[in-house]
Write a protein that binds this ligand. Sequence first.
Ligand SMILES: Cc1cc2nc3c(=O)[nH]c(=O)nc-3n(C[C@H](O)[C@H](O)[C@H](O)COP(=O)(O)OP(=O)(O)OC[C@H]3O[C@@H](n4cnc5c(N)ncnc54)[C@H](O)[C@@H]3O)c2cc1C
Length: 386
Amino acid sequence: MDFQLTHEQKMLQESIKKMVDRDINPILRAHDPDKPLTREATRQILDICQPFGFTGLRLPEEAGGVGVNALTFGLMKEMLPPVVSFICGGQETTAVRIYYGGTPEQRERYIPAILKGDKLGSTGSTEPNSGSDPRAIRTRAIRDGDHMVINGQKVWASNAAICDFMLVIANASEDPKGPSKLIRIIADKEDAPFVTRKTPTLGFKQGNLGEAFFDNYRAPIRNVVGGEDDASAQKVMHQTWLVQRPMMGLLAVNMAQKALDSAVQYSRERVMFGRKIGGFQLVQQLLSEISTAVTTSRLLCYYALDCIDKDINANQLSAMAKRYSIAACQKAISLAMEVHGAMGISTELGLEELYRDVRMLPIPDGTNQILTLIEGRELTGISAIR
Ligand SMILES: Cc1cc2nc3c(=O)[nH]c(=O)nc-3n(C[C@H](O)[C@H](O)[C@H](O)COP(=O)(O)OP(=O)(O)OC[C@H]3O[C@@H](n4cnc5c(N)ncnc54)[C@H](O)[C@@H]3O)c2cc1C
C-alpha cells in the first residue's frame, strides 16, 4: 500500500496550480466577485483549461478526450477553483453523457464543439418538483412526427444561464400518471431558441447556475440520445455520479486547504497579549482540527476514486467520500475563520467566500441524506430511499 502520489501525479498537480495562478485567477479577479461571469470570460477560461484536457477528461482519446482514470480525474479537478471546476464540469459531464449512447452524428456535432468550448453545454435533470427523485421528472417529451415536443422547466442546472444547448432529462411516457420513461434529449438553441435565466445563490456567485423553460419546444428527433430507454439514461447518470461524488469532496478539500494555509500564516503573524497567536494552545488545537479534516477528507476521496479504478464496488465509498469530506471541510473553513477573529468574516481575505461557496457542495450529485441512505443501503441491502 502506497499513500504517496507519484512524481508524475505531483508534477501534474503542480502544473495545474501554476496555470490557475498565472492565467485563471487574473480573469476571476478582474470580474465582480458577486456577478456571474460573462460568456466571453467563460469561454476564455475554457480556452485556458482545454489544453489540460479539462473539457474532456473522461472521454476516450479517440473522441478527442484524455481518457484519464478516476483518480487522475480527482487529482486534476482538486487543483481548480471550484467555480472553474463547475464551468469545465458543465461541459465535460454533458459531453460524457452525450458520448455514451449518442449516435455518430450527435458525437460529431457536439463532442468537438464542447471540447473546444465553441458550444456551451448544460445538463438539466432537476425540476421544481423533482430533485433527489429523478422518477418524479415531469418535463414531458412527446413525439410529434420527426420532432419531440418538450414542455417543462429545469432548475439549478450548472451553466444553464449561458448555455447554447441543454441535455434535457425528460419523461417520454404517453401516460402522465403511469411510470416515468426517462430519456435524454438535446435542446439546442441553434435548432430552436428556449429561455434560460440565472438563479441568484449564496455561493459561486461568478457561476451561471440557472433555469430553462420549454414551452412546446420542438427538438428534432435526431437529438434523442440513447434511444427512448429509461435504463440507459439512468445508467449513464449513475456512472457519472459515482466519480463526481469524491471529486466534489476534493473541491471542498481545495477550499479547506486554502483556509488552512491562511490560518497557519495568520497565526504566525498575528500578535495578541504580546505573543503570536500561533503560540496559544487553543489556536494550535483549531489548526490541528482543520488539518485533520483536510487530510482525512483528501485520503478518503482518493481511496474512493482508486477503488473505482480497480473495479471494486465503490457505491458506498463514493457516497461516504462526498458526504464526509464536504461536512468536514465546511467545519474546517469555519474554524479557520475563527483563527482570524474578525478578519475571518471580512471580504478582504476571501474566507467568507469559501464559507459561502462550500455550502453549495452538499446539494448536487446527492444530498447528505440521499448519500447517507445509499451508504445504509450498501451496508444492509435494504433501501430506505423510497
Ligand atoms: C452547485 C449546484 C450545481 C447543480 N448542478 C446541477 C446540474 O448541472 N443539473 C441539474 O439538473 N441539477 C443541478 N443541481 C441541482 C441538484 O442536483 C438538486 O438541487 C439536488 O438533486 C437536490 O434536489 P432538491 O434541491 O430539489 O432537494 P430535494 O430533493 O427536494 O430535497 C430536500 C431535502 O429533503 C431531503 N430528502 C429528499 N429525499 C429524501 C429521502 N428519500 N430521504 C431523506 N431525505 C430526503 C434532502 O436530502 C434535502 O435535505 C445543482 C445544485 C447545486 C447546488
